[in-house]
Ligand binder design. Structure first.
Ligand SMILES: N[C@@H](CCC(=O)N[C@@H](CS)C(=O)NCC(=O)O)C(=O)O
Length: 289
């Protein structure tokens, strides 16, 4: 079963209701995918698991975290049934620190594997790709078997986390207009690695014909980049410099998994408004390092 509009509707409704709640203490809510009204909210993830839940996915309220969005996209692409627990608060509450001592989302917990917990988005995504065929015979894979492809995917993803995202946030957060051009060029240089990867693979995806973890890893950040840099810096990636990359982004954005992991432009602006107003350096909001 792929996308289920009803689930998205229920999710949206619950988020609206949640937004109206007058308190901001730790919230834990559960959504079951595929949806089952009988099981929704049937247990408390702060104290334990439900053995009938195949995978528990921990994320931010509204699934706004771009790292968690990667894991969400993989769960959807592989058609894995899961439930979703939203964890709020900074630093994270004690019950969550027992699940992920780093206090970050995403994390996943697998009741059928003696409540094994996995965290760090890249490791969650790889685990799901390895685990899915064995557990429920997932129809597709996002992580090819051959060692060269796997190494290339990991190198692209390492570049995303250790080079690209930092340049994106440094440009977005810069308050000295004189430096904007230089910082945008640094970000573009980091992004050219992906334009090159698409040329090398022949596209339309990073690794060629197959949508893989290399695409998943980057997508949530490009969505946020496009909206936030246009809004705050009046900046757009140029078609001349990034023809393949922009075509890649348009194609990926049409996938149901990616649409479901997306945020509205208003939500993205609201989130980054908060960042731009504070003296923020990359990774600076993480209190549980
Ligand atoms: N390297 C981590 C980064 C995850 C991360 O930074 N998540 C943020 C939310 S977007 C978080 O949970 N921060 C902890 C906090 O805000 O207290 C990963 O890839 O999973």
């Amino acid at each position: 079963m792929r996308s289920i509009p009803l689930q998205a509707g229920i999710l949206a409704l619950l988020q609206i209701v949640d937004g109206l709640l007058p308190f901001s203490t730790t919230k834990t809510r559960h959504y079951l995918f595929p949806a089952s009204p009988l099981r929704m909210g049937g247990y408390d993830a702060t104290v334990g698991t439900n053995p009938s839940t195949p995978i528990q996915f921990f994320t931010t309220p509204g699934n706004t975290c771009p790292y968690a969005a990667r894991t969400f996209i993989v769960l959807k692409e592989l058609d894995l049934p899961f439930d979703m627990t939203e964890v709020s608060g900074r630093p994270k509450p004690d019950w969550y620190l027992k699940i992920n001592p780093r206090g970050k989302v995403p994390a996943i917990r697998v009741p059928a594997l003696e409540n094994e917990v996995i965290y760090e988005s890249a490791i969650c995504c790889e685990f799901l790709c390895d685990h899915a065929p064995a557990s429920i015979g997932a129809p597709t894979t996002l992580l090819p078997d051959d060692s060269v492809s796997r190494a290339r995917i990991r190198l692209l993803n390492d570049h995303c986390d250790n080079v690209f995202t930092k340049t994106q946030f440094t440009f977005l957060m810069n308050k000295d207009e004189v430096k904007d051009r230089e910082l945008s060029l640094e970000m573009e240089n980091a992004l050219l690695v992906y334009e090159e990867a698409l040329k090398r693979s022949g596209g339309p995806f990073m690794m060629g014909k197959q949508f893989t973890l290399a695409d998943v890893h980057l997508l949530p950040f490009i969505l946020r980049l496009k909206v936030s840099l246009y809004h705050f810096k009046n900046y757009e990636l140029s078609l001349e410099k990034f023809p393949k990359f922009l075509a890649w982004y348009d194609l990926c954005s049409q996938r149901e998994s990616v649409k479901e992991a997306s945020l509205t432009e208003e939500k993205i602006i609201e989130i980054y408004e908060m960042f731009t107003k504070m003296d923020y350096s990359f990774g600076g909001l993480n209190r549980n390092k």
